[in-house]
Design a protein around this ligand. Sequence first.
Ligand SMILES: *Cc1c(COP(=O)(O)O)cnc(C)c1O
Length: 399
Amino acid sequence: MNPTLQNWLADEIQGLKDQHLYKTPRILESPAGGRVMMDGKSVINLSSNNYLGLANHPKVREAALEAVEKWGVGAGAVRWIGGTMSVHQELEERLAKFKKTEAVLVFTGGFTANSGCIPAVLTKEDVVISDELNHASIIDGVRLSPAAYRKSEGWVYGHKNMDELEDCLQRAQGFKKRMIITDGVFSMDGDIAPLPQIVELAEKYDAFVMVDDAHASGVLGKNGAGTASHFDLYGRVDIQLGTLSKALGVIGGYIAGSASLKEWLINRGRPYLFSTAHPPMVAAALIAALEIMENDPEPMRKLWDNARKWKEMLHGAGFDTMGSETPITPVVFGEEKAAQLAEKLLWEEGVYALAIVYPTVGLGKARIRTMPNATHTDQDLEDALKAFIKVRDAVKAAV
Ligand SMILES: *Cc1c(COP(=O)(O)O)cnc(C)c1O
């Protein structure tokens, strides 16, 4: 082992610990759900993206098992070198219908969909204009592109600030192409991008729009078709990213848009070109998940019912949820130390929910991020609220 590397790793890890940024995963010992076994303890899980409970749905499990029997477990190659099975193609055709777009291209994750699509559609003559709270995978995708994008050069607008976006667009007229990119639902605050205004500005200033609907897929719009559907902007959002890993319960990401966009990404999307296709059971499970979303309104109804109930319960007890409009519900604790202590005490009370602190969010805006989903029972939510109240009192006394 190279001592220079090992010493550097040790110093950096210590640095993370000193700054309270060091992470260790807890181990889930049961299927994903509202109440789970984690690190040997039964807890209410308020941190899962399994919005609709599809990760362990009997029909989705069954489809995966049948696909293993039919296809085996691996695709054996990247998509364009014989790794595209008819089950992958069927998934893309069904997703395109669901999204009401000409075409869909599936990547192995939402992260790779961003890092594949964004640099593929940009050149050094272009500019990317971003909301300051965009997700890490958007930021990484943008960094892989040769386009202008830096905050220091004025290409990042304040969160949902449409005046600043318009100012960026006015200054960007010298570039060949202008791309506006935003989360559809913001993953830390749970608020929704003002997509109608963004689309109008884009049309006014000859820009194209990409929306990352990772947290809107299965949550917003018709049967969970996303923010473009939610705002009835069919045909006016150039590039929509969806994830297949969150509400759809399995794994994957996709880009929905025009047929020529798909053609281009097949030829220029590097994760598509150089990383192996999904196992066929993944595609089959996703088709089953999509079918449930299209035909069974119950999981989405239950998700929103629980989201509303949970917010009302928190407000009734005097908690601040920062204007969240979706199931992602931040519970404000303010000080970094307070939120971190709250996370620890909530765990002791049987609730798994993580503190989000600076630098992920602003100083003094530390919070516990909670995500009620369709698998939580009334009892789960009542027990969780009791834990939050108890923990708030303990934190007040300690900090
Ligand atoms: C989770 C997430 C992704 C990544 O999706 P995966 O399918 O988990 O790789 C991308 N964008 C946003 C906004 C996300 O929240």
